[in-house]
Design a protein around this ligand. Structure first.
Ligand code: NAP
Length: 518
């Protein structure tokens, strides 16, 4: 069986030992083995700092942007092959796999354009110059410069292409070399992407390295100029934050973790309107796309009491049309979850959620289409409903990372919606569906402190919207509290994590020159 090699210190290298077997989650067919045992992770970090960093910093933003464009082109040239890998290794339908891969190349292109816009410079001016004395000659200026360390990226299993690329695009454009570690269970896509970039010699030596397999002691060798961007469970995020190396060297850590995203239906929205249909479509898409394994998926569906019966009816009707099975089949709309462990966690989570309320949609005798008898990590979509006023602790506190959402009835006021959503203790994105601007304004004020992004669904944007579940490169991604307190992307904001802001005080002409204004 194929062994996935890591790409470290300029060469592909396999770990020792048996490692872990990667399987097709729809059939349980083994696809590859992965092990990082015995690999010298400290040497990889040194290679990034000593070889990749200087090579990237020798380039201007425009030149680094051009590298990202070349990387995007190299991936697009192998789009079909990579989509097939996503289907086999990720349990993705073709549409799920496109969401991951096309999102990755779109993000690379967006950051390539940002590089071109920043131009032939190596410094970013951060704001205008600030007069510091009566004489206009003495001034202050904030600028940003690349950190001289390495960016270690640790990714979750659900977006092997986008996860790698959305982090790497920001780091590489900022001038910081990357060591990326995909989740072991779905590493095939990330591995192939790196292989393609190496084959086509898109990036300078040391700019991008890949660790396939366990993180091992990787993070123990971090230093004061290094950064870590992590996506995954809150539990692992906490372990990383507590590492001695991180604390000792004040290593910057960005965590993207769990999130109990909510969708709030406004009291003004009537069945059959564009806003209503957008809401129902978004909820069903988020429950079923990637089998609900999306950090931005809608987990809590807040519906005014008067509309609960109708919403339940429509959601159940749409869910009953979802064909679950082997995503290699064209008619399958939802594949399996990623691993046997995920299946066990999701089943257990659904049981816990159902104890808070009642199950209003589920399938007891699921027969996945096109899967070998008794094989595959399949779970049908599940809708739970809380009673109005019920505490619903599990619903508001536990992220079940699968095709499962809970209807939460509320009285239809913005205040009650905000209070319920805030019980999630911080999320990546929530959405408000309403054409009543006063309601939207009140709801935004209530929800905004708990989120990195709010999606405002209305009739006016219904036909243009990709829904709240799509992370866009020009908007920030991240959220406070339970969501990890991180922030990624957001156009130029995405570079901040990888750069050092420094305040310069001096003669204005000198500052203008450094800031690229003369
Ligand atoms: P996980 O177990 O925390 O794993 C995530 C990554 O961390 C994997 O690459 C894993 O490697 C690695 N890892 C595990 N233990 C580590 C350690 N001690 N030190 C360093 N790295 C370590 O999470 P998961 O179960 O794969 O992912 C699902 C979770 O991710 C969900 O809870 C979801 O909310 C969250 N998520 C968040 C976002 C977001 O943007 N906020 C996006 C997607 C997913 P191995 O695979 O080799 O164990």
């Amino acid at each position: 069986m194929k062994t996935l090699e890591s790409y470290l210190c300029g060469r592909f290298v396999a770990g020792t030992g048996d490692g872990e077997t990667i399987v097709n989650p729809a059939t349980e067919e083994p696809l590859a083995r992965v092990s990082a045992d015995g690999l010298d992770r400290a040497a990889a970090l040194r290679y990034a700092r000593e070889t990749g960093g200087p090579a990237l910093r020798a380039l201007t933003f425009a030149e680094r942007g051009a590298l990202l464009k070349a990387a995007s082109d190299a991936i697009v040239a192998h789009r079909n092959e990579l989509l097939e890998l996503g289907i086999r290794n990720g349990g993705n339908t073709r549409s799920d796999a496109k969401f991951d891969l096309d999102g990755a190349t779109f993000t690379l292109s967006a950051y390539a354009e940002l590089g071109a816009a920043l131009g032939a410079t190596k410094v970013i001016a951060d704001g205008d110059s600030i007069p510091l004395a009566r004489s206009p000659r003495f001034a202050g200026q904030h600028v940003r410069v690349p950190r001289q360390g390495v960016a270690v990226h640790v990714n979750a299993f659900n977006f092997p292409a986008w996860g790698l690329v959305e982090k790497a695009a920001c780091a590489l454009l900022a001038g910081v070399p990357v060591v990326t570690k995909p989740a072991s269970s779905s590493a095939l896509v990330a591995h192939r992407i790196v292989q393609l970039l190496v084959e086509k010699q898109v990036l300078p030596a040391g700019a991008l390295q890949l660790l396939c397999g366990g993180a091992g002691d990787l993070l123990e060798h971090l230093g004061p100029q290094d950064v870590v961007a992590f996506t995954g469970s809150a539990a692992t995020g906490m372990k990383i934050r507590r590492l001695e190396s991180v604390i000792r060297h004040s290593v910057r850590v960005n965590v993207e973790a769990d999130s109990l995203n909510a969708a709030v239906l406004g009291p003004d929205v009537e069945p059959g309107t564009d806003t209503w249909d957008l809401f129902v479509k978004d909820v069903v898409r988020d429950m079923t796309q990637k089998a609900g394994q999306k950090c931005t998926a809608i987990r809590r569906v807040l519906v005014p009491l008067a509309q609960v019966d109708r919403v339940r009816e429509e959601l159940c009707d749409r869910l009953s049309g979802i064909v679950v099975g082997n995503p290699a089949l064209d008619n399958v709309r939802m594949g399996p979850v990623a691993t046997a462990q995920q299946l066990a966690d999701v089943r257990e989570g659904i049981d816990a959620l159902a104890r808070d309320g009642r199950l209003v949609y589920g399938v007891s005798d699921l027969k996945p289409a096109g899967a070998p008898e008794g094989k595959g990590y399949f779970v049908a979509p599940v809708l739970i409903e809380l009673e109005h006023g019920a505490e619903g602790r599990t619903v508001h506190e536990r992220e079940v990372f699968g095709p499962c959402s809970t209807l939460v009835p509320y009285a239809g006021t913005a205040d009650e919606a905000a209070e319920l959503v805030a019980r999630g203790q911080g999320g990546l994105v929530s959405s408000i569906y309403s054409d009543d601007t006063a309601f939207v304004q009140d709801a935004v004020l209530g929800l905004a402190p708990y989120h990195g992004r709010l999606f405002l669904g209305s009739a006016k944007i219904a036909e243009h919207s990709p829904g709240p579940g799509t992370v866009l490169p020009l908007l920030v991604h991240g959220g406070p509290g339970r969501a990890g307190g991180g922030e990624e992307l957001g156009g130029p904001r995405g570079l901040e994590f990888y750069t050092q802001r420094v305040a310069l005080e001096g003669a204005r002409p000198v500052l203008d020159r450094i800031a690229g204004r003369s």
